[in-house]
Design a protein around this ligand. Structure first.
Ligand code: AMP
Length: 281
């Protein structure tokens, strides 16, 4: 019986745009999960949601060089297509996997016109110059190619979700659906970059998460939140010997700096062993 079921659950691999256009033509209720591979349970939660809300689910794996502001980071980004495909197939929730080449995405050599507004040059946009311009450009190109009804993205990358949702829903007939952050048993947010960390790094990341929960709780009765967070930033740096790009409380609707815990999230980006990690809670 299981064997019989298995043959009906096919996962088609699309290696170029011609195959993609042919294969996707009959479907207009497509859920799309764009990824850079290193598939983990965070990605799978997006896939599960797509599988529930859409008739067909397509996952893309494309490490987009244009969103990396640092060559070393691009070169060390974890890549293992064989393993990724095995996990996706095993999930039985994926109908198509799109594995584009650079030329499938960037066939027209025109320079992208995407620029960020001054108000959006905050958090990661401030510390990774050109990163979100690259993300918005590739997301726009992928949306034009795949034409999904819904795109599923993680709150783990909250600023990315915020910018992409604003940009794509304005330009295309697609909805961007936010999905909750999936964490490991010690509450470290799952990320492909965690593959670059060892056990003791992950223990530190878990301790940092605990400290962040505490910091967020304590913002409740603070008059001057930025100065409180500045102090906590220094403590985190000294206690864990990490470099911190930012530690800020921001409003979830507009990402403006917030002076109240209500409707706000605490955002952090820090380096553990040269690996840049982000989280928000
Ligand atoms: P990436 O492969 O890192 O570019 O991520 C692809 C998608 O998965 C993005 O929408 C991410 O926000 C989402 N994602 C990554 N990690 C997690 C996580 N731990 N929980 C939920 N979604 C995630």
């Amino acid at each position: 019986m299981f064997y019989l079921l298995n043959i009906f659950i096919q996962m088609k691999i699309l290696l170029n745009n011609t195959t993609l256009f042919e294969s996707l033509r009959p479907f207009n209720d497509l859920g799309f999960v764009p990824t850079m591979g290193g598939i983990h349970k965070g990605h799978l939660s997006l896939i599960n949601k797509s599988n529930k809300l859409c008739k067909k689910t397509i996952v893309s794996i494309f490490v987009n060089p244009k969103q990396f502001n640092n060559k070393k980071d691009l070169n060390s980004y974890p890549r293992n297509i064989k393993k990724d495909l095995k996990i996706l197939k095993k999930s039985k929730k994926v109908d198509f996997v799109y594995l584009p080449k650079f030329k499938d995405i960037y066939k027209d050599k025109k320079k992208s016109k995407i620029t960020l507004l001054k108000k959006d040059k905050i958090l990661c946009a401030k510390f990774r110059k050109g990163h979100f311009e690259g993300v918005l450009d590739v997301m726009s190109k992928l949306t034009k190619i795949v034409k999904p009804k819904k795109i599923f993205m993680g709150e783990k990358d909250f600023q990315q979700l915020y910018l992409v949702k604003n940009e794509l829903e304005k330009k295309y007939k697609t909805k961007v659906i936010p999905c909750k952050t999936v964490r490991d048993k010690d509450n470290v947010a799952l990320s492909s970059r965690n593959l670059l960390l060892n056990k003791s790094n992950l223990i530190i990341a878990a301790k940092i998460y605990e400290t962040l929960v505490d910091i967020k709780k304590n913002t409740k009765n603070k008059k001057n939140i930025p100065s409180f967070l500045n102090l906590k930033k220094k403590e985190l740096k000294n206690n864990y010997k990490i470099k911190i790009d930012y530690l800020e409380l921001r409003n979830i609707k507009n990402l403006k700096l917030s002076n109240t815990k209500n409707n706000s999230r605490l955002f952090i980006a820090y380096y553990l062993k040269n690996v840049r990690l982000i989280d928000n809670l």
